[in-house]
Design a protein around this ligand. Structure first.
Ligand SMILES: Nc1ncnc2c1ncn2[C@@H]1O[C@H](COP(=O)(O)OP(=O)(O)OP(=O)(O)O)[C@@H](O)[C@H]1O
Ligand SMILES: [Mg+2]
Length: 320
């Protein structure tokens, strides 16, 4: 439709020439630019110093897809690790697709919050993860996992270590143990479990991190709730985590274990009620799809008859 036509029909308010349209178009344009802006390392450093908790930023230890990870010294002169989440990343955007009530600006802070509280909950359950220390907007400050005590070098990732100095099979089982403990003790699925997100200290201790996407499952009901997913969905995600770590050990060390067997073994350790949920899987039907159960229909008829017997009149349907 041409603008003229619009105006003639009285659609000027909505057309190309509508009042304020150009302004909103411009603001949309600049907004997109702002959203796509990544935080530079200098900005990350400045943000960190502005928290007042950090004395000195020592080095950059990671610049992954969603955050810049820095080694710093806190006001008590201890080494700490600071993960500064970026304002916009495709991962964050993908994760929050559909949650329209969230502003893009809030996403980094949300990812940081999830990372912090997930680390906290995992630590409480004795899962080997760095201890979270502080949450401030889009920044998580946590324990620095050094290669060895006092070193400024971070512990290497599993993929960076040549396991010939260790017992690879033992480490494989350790990594599966972490997954099982996350699942059974913390009710968590890691969600990005692999050789990239496991660290190995010189003492041979394996730790996992990068848990902003981790999520807990519901232990009381068989439904998705705003903060917890349904147990059967959790099992599917658990399977992916097992497969990923299994793939690494198979490729690098020719050690493998059937992901299905591991999954079944973990399921067997779940409380009986959760196993029952899994076996039934009957609540695929949502309440609106449900038919009125026979028993309820029977109840209505029973009441109608009762009213008739007592009063000799028909029962009035309750107004809804
Ligand atoms: N607490 C820590 N102590 C020591 N090093 C750490 C710590 N946390 C993270 N790192 C290092 O920083 C890197 C990036 O951290 P993390 O995986 O949490 O961030 P990311 O943005 O998801 O990065 P990636 O996209 O590479 O996975 C890790 O690979 C690890 O080497
Ligand atoms: Mg990572």
């Amino acid at each position: 439709m041409s603008t003229d036509h619009n105006q003639r029909l009285g659609f000027g308010r909505y057309g190309k020439t509508a009042h304020g349209r150009e302004e909103s178009r411009q603001s949309r344009k600049t907004k997109t630019k702002r959203q796509l802006k990544e935080i530079t390392i200098t900005e990350a450093k400045n943000q960190l110093l502005a928290t007042g908790e950090i004395r000195k930023v020592l080095s950059v230890i990671g610049g992954g897809k969603e955050a810049t990870v820095l080694l710093a010294e806190n006001t008590e002169e201890e080494l700490v690790c600071a993960k500064v989440f970026r304002y916009f990343t495709s991962t964050i955007r993908k994760r929050l697709r559909g949650t329209i009530h969230l502003l893009e600006d809030d996403m980094a802070a949300l990812a940081a919050k999830q990372e912090y509280w997930n680390l906290h909950e995992m630590k409480v359950n004795n899962i080997p993860v760095p201890e979270p220390i502080l949450l401030s907007d889009n920044i998580v400050i946590m324990e620095f996992i050094a290669e060895e005590n006092g070193s400024l070098i971070p512990a290497p990732l599993l993929r960076e270590v040549n396991l010939s100095h260790y017992d690879p099979e033992e480490l494989f089982y350790d990594s599966i143990d972490i997954l099982a403990e996350l699942f059974l003790k913390g009710y968590y699925i890691h969600g990005d479990y692999s050789e990239h997100n496991l660290m190995l200290t010189q003492k041979g201790v394996l730790l996992t991190m990068d848990v902003s996407q981790s999520v807990q499952y519901n232990t009381r009901t068989f439904i998705d709730t705003p903060f917890r997913i349904r147990i059967d969905r959790a099992i599917d995600l658990l399977e992916t985590d097992i497969e990923n770590i299994n793939r690494y050990f198979r490729r690098a060390y020719r050690i493998t274990i059937s992901p299905n067997e591991v999954k079944e073994a973990i399921i067997k350790e779940l409380p009986q009620k959760l196993q029952n949920f899994l076996n039934e899987r009957t609540l695929e039907v949502y309440p609106s799809d449900m038919h009125t159960p026979e028993t309820l229909i029977g109840k209505e008829r029973y009441r109608d008859e009762l009213v008739y017997q007592r009063t000799g009149t028909s029962r009035q349907q309750p107004s809804r």
